[in-house]
Design a protein. Structure first.
Length: 481
């Protein structure tokens, strides 16, 4: 297939299983090696202790003054033979001073004796070393200097003994350790397969849920039946799905409102423009001749023009706010004066519904704000109250604290439900679409109000009771935050 190479793709289950098995094999190998090493050292330590005790007896016999050392050594030799212990003594020049006559031929060869002679000059008390005589049993050698009182020179003793049954013990142990390792390996494989399969299934569920989420099924949820990292991952996935579902629903609602908004704007633009065009054509073609009729039609053109200007201004305000182009010229302004100006501006609408406006504000109270923008905020809020109040009172109340100024607009209108109250700040939202259309509302007023208040560094909160009325409370800081 040319330079193309097939690469096998291991699944998560296979990688998890293999990693568990490799770790298990490594642990078993280390434990087996450690156990063998421990057993070997214990065998050597046992023989070394036995040689040390025998060496002490030999040294006492050699250092006795009343008799020749060879006599008691010959008597002690029988006991040593039963314990398979042999020894050899060199003088300082390396010549053999005494050799066990029953020492095996393998220990009497020149190479072995020359190796012992080479160590004579370096002997210190109770030094031990191992002579590996594979395939025979290893030999433990204990070295010890002797200072006999009957001789003028020191002697050096090498006492040694094979580790009896060492090879058989190792073979038996290897076999038993092998059986135990095989059993542990099988158990580990089963447990590892079980654990890896469970983790793999959880990840498969997560993968399937992710694919469904990517396809737009935001209602998908993962079962949470673990308290470990996978359980936390499932919890985070569900939280993400909830957020995506909420965002998707919000986008759908936004799209519906946007479509409704575009339809309303088209209607709002078309209606006054059609009216203006018809009147202009009538005036142009001299279809209207009476001065009174002309004055009436000019008034209609003016009204429709103001209507278009208001709509366009709201659209431009939204565009500026969304792009951060709003600049505020904030200063201390008399709040009562602003309220009275707003009431005068809306006087025609107030009188049309025969509502009562009450202003409760100290004449000396000032507010730190952009004069024109605060006027716009109050106009939008009071117009909203006028729209939904058929009779009764609209009350404007002002107060101040050490750090802020409070403005409360309360009406006795129809009020709002909690569901409506949660949506009033959304763009294009209309609490009563049929009435909003008749009053040429765009659904942008309260959204603009909220963003302008926040641009001042303040907050606005709304509360309402159906059938009783609504209240909007604006909090503006006295100084720049």
């Amino acid at each position: 297939m040319g330079n193309k190479r097939l690469r096998y793709r291991f699944t998560f289950f296979q990688r998890q299983f293999m990693s568990h098995m490799l770790v298990s094999i490594l642990i078993l190998a280390l434990m087996g090696a450690g156990f063998v090493y421990y057993l070997k050292q214990q065998s050597y330590a046992h023989v070394t202790e036995e040689l040390s005790n025998a060496g002490k007896v030999i040294v006492r016999l050699l250092t006795r003054e009343e008799e020749e050392p060879t006599v008691p050594l010959q008597a002690y030799r029988g006991l040593l033979a039963e314990r398979k212990i042999s020894f050899i003594i060199f003088d300082k020049t390396g010549e053999i001073a005494y050799r066990d006559p029953k020492m095996s031929a393998a220990l009497r060869n020149k190479a072995f004796l020359d190796g012992l002679r080479a160590r004579v000059m370096f002997i210190k008390d109770n030094q031990t070393f191992i002579v590996d005589r594979s395939p025979e049993q290893p030999l433990v050698v204990l070295t010890k200097p002797i200072h006999p009182k009957s001789k003028t020179t020191d002697m050096y003793m090498f006492i040694f003994s094979p580790v009896v049954g060492y090879k058989d013990i190792l073979l038996s142990m290897d076999r038993n350790v092998g059986y135990a390792a095989a059993l542990i390996f099988v158990i580990t494989a089963l447990i590892s397969a079980f654990i890896s399969r469970r983790i793999s299934r959880r990840l498969q569920l997560l993968r399937q849920a992710t694919c469904k989420l990517a396809d737009g099924h935001y209602s998908i949820r993962l079962p949470i039946n673990r308290s470990d990292e996978l359980g936390d991952l499932a919890l985070d996935f569900n939280a993400m799905a909830v957020q995506l579902e909420a965002s998707s629903l919000q986008l759908k609602q936004y799209e519906l409102r946007r479509h409704s908004f575009m339809t309303d704007v088209s209607h709002e633009l078309r209606t006054p423009l059609t009216s203006i065009r018809g009147i202009i054509e009538g005036l142009k073609n001299n279809l209207v001749t009476e001065p009174e009729d002309k004055h009436k039609y000019y008034a209609i053109i003016e009204k429709e023009t103001f209507r278009l200007i208001r709509l366009i201004n709201e659209l431009l305000d939204m565009e500026k706010i969304e792009n951060g182009l709003i600049t505020l010229a904030k200063k201390n302004s008399p709040l009562r004066e602003i309220m009275e100006t707003v009431v005068e501006t809306l006087e025609v609408l107030i009188e049309a519904k025969k509502l009562q406006i009450i202003i409760e504000c100290d004449p000396d109270l000032v507010v730190y704000c952009d004069y024109d923008r605060l006027t716009q905020i109050l106009i939008n809020l009071i117009k909203n109250s006028i729209q939904f109040t058929e009779y009764g009172t609209i009350r404007l109340t002002a107060a101040e604290t050490e750090a802020s100024t409070l403005i409360d607009i309360t009406d006795t209108g129809r009020g709002m439900t909690s569901a409506e109250l949660a949506l009033i700040w959304d763009r294009f939202y209309k609490a009563d679409p049929s009435r909003a259309k008749s009053s040429s509302e765009t659904g942008l007023g309260l959204s603009i109000v909220k963003q302008l208040v926040e641009a001042h560094g303040g907050t606005i909160e709304a509360s309402s009771t159906p059938g009783i009325g609504s209240s909007f409370v604006i909090t503006l800081p006295k100084l720049e935050s």
